[in-house]
Design a protein around this ligand. Structure first.
Ligand code: NAP
Length: 359
């Protein structure tokens, strides 16, 4: 039987890397990666090439015709671009339609949230989904809840800083909102199942491992680490004030990262923390099918086991190879002990042309 030809956009990124791994584990995929010419020599891309991934050079910001050429012969396109790059998928979707791609997976991969003014980032993605539907391009939207890797707080001892992206020391309201969680590393394994499943065509899928509240996450980490973690509850009003202030100062488009980043962080807290959007129940209400319904035999990485690995010092952090500009760092006050964390919270290299680039 011929293999499904999958083209991955963003293979050098965090989500894209997980998906590349998930696809490469299966013999039924021929994996291609659309890579910007300047990124072709990135270690992550070279490593994927060595594992059999075929590189097709291209840029979402390039001419649509050349994107159509890049997509020739591809069955499935999966896009994993960063928050500021969502709209760049529109020409990709058009090219996919022209090239006869059988299924397009736009860059979802976030928490469950309703469209229409709750989360700017969600609405950016929804704009792309609407274009796909107008093109009648076959699609699957995949969301994944909150990554395990972002979900736990810092320990006072500093011993898990190595695996953290931010200090993550805030509990939203009373900390009892249930949150769907997924290990970043499992995303690719879910995607490998979803993209060849007829039941997920033109559907939204929530792939998730477990549901926990912030209080439960703190309890678990305290138990595993045998360290007491200070609980910094942020009142509901503070979250609303932050959202309002961030929205008022981020009206301008295109992006000003200094204004945009606080907005999307505050809106995440609003959505999963206050509104409780990021749950399987709400996902089903919104029309998603869930991984638990589709793949009852799937064995996800256990959250406790993951935290034990973190505390043992054997986990891998995310975005560890990236820095933000000094100018941006100034906007995020740091203590000395957490200094290194804040260089990673908004991950891009200074040489990148993305949202996080210094201007
Ligand atoms: N659920 C969660 O907890 C969670 C957490 C973080 C992110 N996310 C979501 O996951 C999505 C992916 O984020 P990420 O952090 O995994 O991404 P990332 O690591 O920043 O990687 C983005 C990738 O997109 C590629 N790219 C960007 N613009 C491109 C262009 N014009 N042409 C070709 N390739 C381009 C980049 O290529 P280069 O290598 O050339 O730079 C990079 O490989 C985001 O949209 C975000 O919403 C979810």
């Amino acid at each position: 039987m011929s293999r499904t030809k999958v083209l991955l956009v963003g293979a050098a990124g965090e989500t894209g890397g997980s998906i590349a791994n998930g696809l490469l584990e299966q013999p039924n995929f021929e994996v291609h990666a659309l890579v910007r010419p300047r990124s072709a020599q990135k270690p992550a891309i070279v490593a994927l090439q060595e594992r059999g991934v075929q590189i097709r050079k291209g840029d979402l910001k390039g001419p649509e015709e050349s994107l159509t050429d890049v997509l020739t012969g591809i069955d499935v396109v999966i896009s994993c671009v960063g928050p500021s790059e969502q709209q760049d998928q529109i020409p990709l979707a058009k090219a996919a339609k022209n090239a006869g791609v059988q299924r397009f997976i736009p860059c979802g991969f976030i928490t469950v949230a309703p469209p229409g003014g709750i989360m700017w980032l969600r609405d950016e993605k929804e704009t792309v989904y609407n274009h796909i539907k107008q093109l009648r391009l076959p699609y699957t939207i995949i969301d994944v809840g909150w990554w395990y890797q972002f979900s736990y707080p810092r320990l006072e001892s500093g011993r898990i800083d190595y695996a953290m992206t931010s200090a993550n020391n805030e509990i939203v309201a009373d900390g009892n909102s249930p949150i769907a969680l997924t290990d970043l590393r499992d995303i690719g394994r879910y995607v490998a199942k979803i993209i060849t499943d007829d039941r997920t065509l033109n559907k939204m899928v929530l792939a998730y491992n477990e549901v926990k509240t912030q209080n439960e996450i703190y309890d678990l980490l305290e138990e595993i680490s045998e360290e007491k973690i200070q609980r910094n509850y942020i009142p509901e009003e503070t979250i609303y004030t932050r959202v309002l202030a961030a929205r008022q100062s981020s009206e301008t488009y295109p992006f000003d990262p200094i204004k945009f980043i606080p907005r999307y962080l505050a809106e995440y807290q609003l959505s999963w923390g206050l509104r409780g959007d990021n749950t399987p129940e709400y996902a089903k209400y919104l029309g998603y099918v869930t991984s638990k319904e589709l793949y009852p035999d799937f064995t996800p990485t256990d959250f406790r086991e993951y935290l034990e690995t973190v505390v043992r010092g054997a986990a891998k952090g995310v975005y560890t190879d990236r820095t933000i500009s000094k100018a941006q760092q100034r906007f995020f006050p740091r203590s000395e002990s957490s200094d290194s964390l804040y260089t990673r919270i908004f991950p891009r290299t200074e040489s990148s042309d993305s949202l996080y680039m210094s201007r």
